[in-house]
Design a protein around this ligand. Structure first.
Ligand code: HEM
Length: 497
């Protein structure tokens, strides 16, 4: 009897607690309304991202839906909720321009998780804040000039020749291949070599220790994010980064890798044209060992999947658009010849049709499908009475913009001519590399490895559709990285030219 009463009492206590929690959320969900901002109907307990939280839909598709809900109702922005936390969500290009460029001083930071002591891998330029970010960004800017890119170009040529050798036997037999998986190995080898100075050799052997680490960083189930968010009461989607970096094995692996490389180079006076060499030189400006590890780690994570998915998504579209593929190959053969090992940096980057095809791929499948910032200074949204408070996260749906029929008619069509000189793209509707002072610093490197990889592949091979991949590639709903990751790979049939 006494036991029953105890059970009853604790049930009542739990139910009351849940109810109080529910009422508290209901109260939180009035935040935007009270500030005169348009909002939707957020649900307990995950706010406006419910379908994404339960793994039913990718967070990028959910944001695209939210983008249209506000825009189609005639709003220039909306207020949304992640759990019970408010997020400012601009959808009009003018407000997006203000956020990224004109009023940048209010939104200098991204609000990503960063803890130099507990998780040193998080202390990189993508997460850094305020003055510290400004200083490091200034130091890094000369690292990404076209001169520096050219000096690394030879490493890329070697890896792209290796890629051809790996694909040759497949193409001889006209087989199908998951080109995404293969190109991830291509970019792993390039960035492994340029950022860490190691020969990952994942094109030959996908099961190296390096690749095991990569899997640990990127293959995390989405429920982990929500579990962490709920446990820690975190309301900022920027904390997504903590999942990938909160791993002692990964931390130790990259620490040891960088320490061994630096010691070896110092001892043997080795100077190589790569990012690691530039990072080592920065020691004279006060950069510490753990900072070097974090930056190298970021170059790897920021550069490997963004570029490989751009290449594989482009191949997929070319497989479905044979005339475009033939036209592009013709441009490559006419201007660069048939010996891809001799293609130069300047010549590859100067191909206009290749440029249009890459731009159109980045439009249809933006690898970073949302931009994020956090408010660091109170901000009155222009022409409204709504003030965005300090520490409010901000999200821009890049997928929403890129697939908005008003800016890009028939958005699922792959049409490189959208980027011809005669067709003007409306400002701040095309943002594959973000914009403003905090845009992608690795843009040149990303384009270099993407364009060289594509030119080399198209020189030697023809690509055809595979029934294993849908016509329009779908986003993996379980992705916990910031990258638009395609579900079930990108399959294509490949034959020699
Ligand atoms: C096709 C390839 C790539 C795409 C589409 C891409 C896209 C992006 C985007 C959208 C952002 C956020 C910009 C913003 O918030 O306004 C970003 C930031 C960044 N990217 Fe990339 N990226 C690519 C390749 C690379 C590569 C190869 C590297 C390095 C080697 C790199 C390094 C970075 C860094 C360091 C940042 C943070 C910059 C800062 O906060 O100051 N990216 N990238």
């Amino acid at each position: 009897m006494l036991l029953l009463t105890a059970i009853e009492l604790s049930s009542v206590f739990i139910i009351s607690l849940l109810f109080a929690y529910y009422l508290y959320y209901r109260y939180c969900f009035t935040y935007w309304k009270k500030r005169g901002a348009p909002q939707l109907t957020p649900t307990f307990p995950v706010g406006d991202l419910s379908t994404a939280a339960w793994g039913k839909e990718s967070v990028y598709l959910r944001l695209q839906t939210l983008y249209h809900k506000f825009k189609d109702a005639g709003h220039k922005f909306g207020g949304i909720y992640f759990l019970n936390g408010p997020i400012y969500f601009p959808v009009h290009p003018d407000l997006i321009k203000r956020l990224l460029v004109t009023d940048f001083e209010h939104f200098v930071d991204r609000g990503m998780y960063i803890d130099e002591e507990k998780l040193p891998l998080t202390a990189h330029i993508f997460s850094m804040k305020g003055e510290q970010w400004k200083n490091v960004r200034m130091k890094f800017t000369p690292t990404f000039t076209s001169g520096k890119m050219k000096s690394m170009y030879n490493i890329l040529v070697q890896v792209s020749q290796h890629l051809i050798k790996t694909l040759d036997p497949v193409a001889e037999q006209g087989l199908e291949v998951d080109i995404k998986e293969l190109l991830m190995r291509y970019t792993t080898d390039i960035i492994g070599s340029t950022a860490f100075g190691v020969d990952c050799n994942s094109l030959d052997n996908p099961n190296t220790e390096f690749n095991r680490m990569v899997a640990m960083i990127f293959n995390n189930p989405s429920w982990k994010l929500y579990k962490m968010a709920l446990e820690e009461g975190l309301q900022n989607p920027g904390n997504i980064i903590k999942i990938a970096h909160d791993n002692k094995v990964v931390q130790k692996y990259f620490n040891d890798l960088v320490r061994d490389t630096i010691e070896y180079r110092d001892k043997n006076n080795i100077v190589r044209d790569d990012f690691m060499n530039i990072l080592m030189q920065m020691r004279s400006t006060g950069m510490e060992f753990k900072e070097i590890v974090a930056q190298a780690f970021l170059f790897f994570t920021a550069g490997f999947e963004t570029s490989s998915s751009t290449m594989s998504n482009c191949i997929h579209e070319l497989a479905h658009n044979q005339e475009i593929q033939d036209k592009l190959r013709e441009e490559i053969h006419e201007n660069l010849g048939r010996e891809s090992s001799k293609y130069t940096y300047d010549d590859v980057l100067a191909l206009p049709y290749l440029d249009k095809c890459v731009k159109e791929t980045l439009r249809k499948y933006p690898p970073v499908a949302m931009l994020n910032r956090i408010c660091v200074k109170p901000y009155k949204i222009p022409d409204t009475e709504t003030v965005v408070e300090v520490n409010t996260p901000v999200i821009v749906s890049v997928l929403g913009l890129h697939r908005d029929p008003e800016y890009f008619p028939e958005p699922l069509e792959f049409d490189p001519e959208r980027f011809s000189n005669s067709n003007k793209i409306a400002p701040f509707t095309y943002l594959p590399f973000g914009d403003g002072p905090r845009n992608c610093i690795g843009l040149r490197f990303g384009l270099m490895q993407t364009k060289l990889g594509l030119a080399t592949l198209l020189n030697d091979f023809k690509f055809y559709p595979s029934p294993k991949s849908p016509r329009h590639l779908a986003v993996d709903p379980s992705t916990t990285t910031l990258v638009f990751s395609v579900l079930n790979g990108v399959h294509t049939k490949i034959v020699k030219v």
